[in-house]
Design a protein around this ligand. Structure first.
Ligand SMILES: [Mg+2]
Length: 209
């Protein structure tokens, strides 16, 4: 039996990619459905490359409830949000990351939402943050040790999902840059960082590199 290893779990939208400023004109800002809108946040790709070089598996876990809601990507005459639309956005992110020498080892996304319009995906699901399903599935499929893993996200539900999966609270980092102090950027018992680059510095420092 192979020994399980720790990983770094990353939220996607507004952790790796710049979502809100690019979607502010949409009915639901934040849902990145158009591959042409994908751009990396400053320093995010380089931070992931550092994790790659240090030997950490990098696993993305992202909520994509727009699939359940049937949201349309701009310019709104395109097909509705679908699994393949999300895959296109993920592919674009992967190619932008490759451009700075970075890669993610796996991407898990949750298409479910309880108030959707697409019957197949309209329900609660163990993969919906803050539930731990995506991280636990990744741990089984990729042989990861959650107790030694880290997670980084820009929403409390990201760090909550990490804790619910068994990642220690002090290894679940909430990104708070540019946000006024409020209930939405308090990380219970956990660390905060301004951006992914600083979070990765923290992870590498805490692990002696
Ligand atoms: Mg996010």
């Amino acid at each position: 039996m192979t020994e399980s290893k720790p990983a770094v779990f990353l939220d996607r939208d507004d952790t790796i990619t710049n979502s809100h400023p690019r979607t502010a004109h949409l009915p639901r800002p934040g849902d990145l459905l158009d591959p042409d809108l994908v751009e990396l946040l400053p320093g995010a790709g380089e931070a992931i490359a550092k994790l790659n070089r240090a030997g950490w598996p990098v696993v993305v876990f992202t909520s994509q409830g727009g699939i359940a809601r049937g949201d349309m990507p701009p310019p709104f005459d395109r097909p509705r949000a679908t699994l393949s639309q999300v895959e296109l956005v993920n592919d674009r992110m992967r190619s932008l990351l490759a451009g700075v020498g970075a890669r993610v080892d796996a991407i898990y996304y949750c298409p479910f939402h309880p108030s959707g319009t697409v019957a197949r995906f309209t329900r609660e699901h163990e993969w919906r943050k803050p539930r731990p399903g995506m991280l636990r599935t990744a741990a089984v499929e990729l042989g990861l040790d959650l107790t030694k893993s880290w997670a980084v996200g820009d929403m409390p539900r990201d760090t909550e999902a990490a804790r619910n999966a068994g990642i220690p609270a002090d290894q679940a980092v909430l990104l708070v840059a540019g946000k006024p102090l409020s209930a939405s950027n308090v990380n219970a018992n956990g660390p905060t960082a301004p951006d992914l680059a600083r979070a990765v510095e923290m992870i590498l420092h805490r692990n002696g590199r």
